[in-house]
Ligand binder design. Sequence first.
Ligand code: FCB
Length: 464
Amino acid sequence: MAAYRTVPEFPDDFAFGVAAAAYQIEGAVAEGGRGRSIWDEFCAVPGAIARGETGEIAVDHYHRYRDDVRLMRDLGIDSYRLSVSWSRIQPDGSGAVNAAGLDFYDRLVDELCSAGISPAVTLFHWDLPQALQDGGGWLNRETSFRLAEYTAIVGERLGDRVGMWMPLNEPVVHTLYGHALGVHAPGLSLGFGALQAAHHQLLGHGLSVQALRAVGCGNIGIASNHAPVHPASDAEADSLAADIYDHIVNWTFADPILLGKYPAAELSALLTGPIDDDLAVIAQPLDWFGINYYEPTRISAPQAGEGTAGVLEVDLPPGMPFAPVPFEGVETTDFGWPIVPDGLREILTIFRDRFGSALPPIYITESGCSFHDPDPDSGGRVRDERRIAYHADHLVAVREAMDAGVDVRGYFVWSILDNFEWAAGYRERFGLVHVDYRTLKRTPKDSYHWLRNVLAARRETQVR
Ligand code: FCB
């Protein structure tokens, strides 16, 4: 008897997709005229990435994209969320366009369309061209304008075939891990000084939405990481700490976009530049808002001597007004992330309540789990029941949120293939398809077959 739940029914136009990102899968970092990105540089820093791994080869999607699209077609998904590598399009981050880079995405998009899969394109999934980093990266306001310039180039070329656009992926994670804590590229440890990089990403988002519309592209949103924040206890100090954390990780990123303001004056006071003018640009109306959900956070007031290791991927510097603490008695993925499907229902209803009529339809632009799956057995099977249960439970949570009045239009599984999980390297496997990193052979896992059956059954009820 299967230990997982039945996937509930969703409306016919609810989209099922899979997601991935350029640096995590493409490889071929020195091919096709691609320039260097901050992740190439960061991977070269000794100790930055587990086991010294890099995305140089990754899963070689750059060369094997036809095989990968075939896997997606056979899976039966409606949409594939990919990211474009800025360094392939503009090797120096601005100015001259590299035709070979644009051609690659043109071929990929064509391949998807002929497989009946609608491309959903992220412009910036954390891989800033190194040349822009050398000029200050996201701490330099100019980078926002460069993002819009690059976005327009891609929009013009692919706009006739792309179904969904999102300028940014998870500005919160790029800000905190890349600029505040130094564990992702570009490796800066600026603490609260990182907020300026958040602001410029958000400005880049607004400018890019304008740029996309100017070249005739529509159906524009964002893929933003959100999760409920639970206080560790009823104590006032814990609630206050949780509230501060919630403001930083959730509302600093959603409020400017959906409400045109920062959630607290204390936060915007840390920023420099024409903030009010920028907010007017950031708050471009969106066609949809994408939520990437993985795990809720549990927060307590800081306790003297209490470490945070094992909760985030890194210890917080001393002096923070909050401390993440583990959930008790909650099962985790092999990455150590608590498995709380109801957190997805909860964050969706929090969005409904907080933003009301300012909230456009929602897509779950990422949901997934890492398990250290074994190699295929002698029969070629990879048994990953826990991943099946994970997605089944999270789809139930989405359905519950919809029943509670949240307008959710789709669910993207992170990820189609095992891939390069940033600072954690290749050990964390999120894929529906197993990759043997020695041979690069792809083997669909049980979760792939499960989802294929779910989608096939869905199509059957649709034609009836
Ligand atoms: C998200 C990222 C994505 C992937 C998953 C596991 O934060 O957007 O690239 O690493 O986590």
